[in-house]
Design a protein around this ligand. Sequence first.
Ligand code: CA
Length: 260
Amino acid sequence: MTLILLDMGAAADSRRERASRADGDRARADSLAVENARVLLIEDEPGIVDFVRRGLEAEGFTVEAARDGVEGERMALAGSFDAILLDLMLPRRSGLEVLASLRLAMPGAPVIILTARGEIEDRVEGLDAGAADYLVKPFSMAELVARVRAQLRVVAQASASALRAEGIEVDLLTRRVRREGQLVTLSTTEFELLVYLMRHHGQVVSREQILSAVWGYEHDPATNVVDVYVGYLRRKLASTGEPAPVFTVRAVGYRLGSSS
Ligand code: CA
């Protein structure tokens, strides 16, 4: 009977519900962000390598360093790093070339560019090329740690966007739905309906609430579109063998939850 809400949106919820859930998300993402985070530093200046390594290791991160573009690219593609700090002026292969090849191979990788003052054009080009952020040298350790944490939070949020209740699991990113581990294929509208019911797990929601949240506009109050789609959804969820945990609440609407 537990519902874990890890996403940030839910337009139809009360402001307070939303605020407390967002706080929970942030706290969870922060703890995820610090635990076992691996950072790859691609930088040829030994002084900066030492500074960054000492600072990030003191914060509990694991740091691996590459001293040129070719080695950096190879390490980035071979290892699973949570964040990549990339200098632009590198021997053998430039930071922008490395960034371009990482973009192709691993589009979601959070790359933070390290750039000297005066390289503004390169910096803009870097962001256009898909860097998540940049830091201008010389930067403070506090600034660096804050930027790395911000990127880790983004990644943690994205990878934790799932709803779970009553043996149903909804991945909000891939839009995959599983019941007791079995894949359930839903149409777009059925998916939106399920997400709405999951977000209100255990609560009774009216047909009007469902209509405005899922269909998004005013309908003829006599429409039976909600009942029709609840029927479709029940049938698909029940394809795994067990009856769907979506109950009719007479004269009011529906509730996703246990039958009692
Ligand atoms: Ca350099």
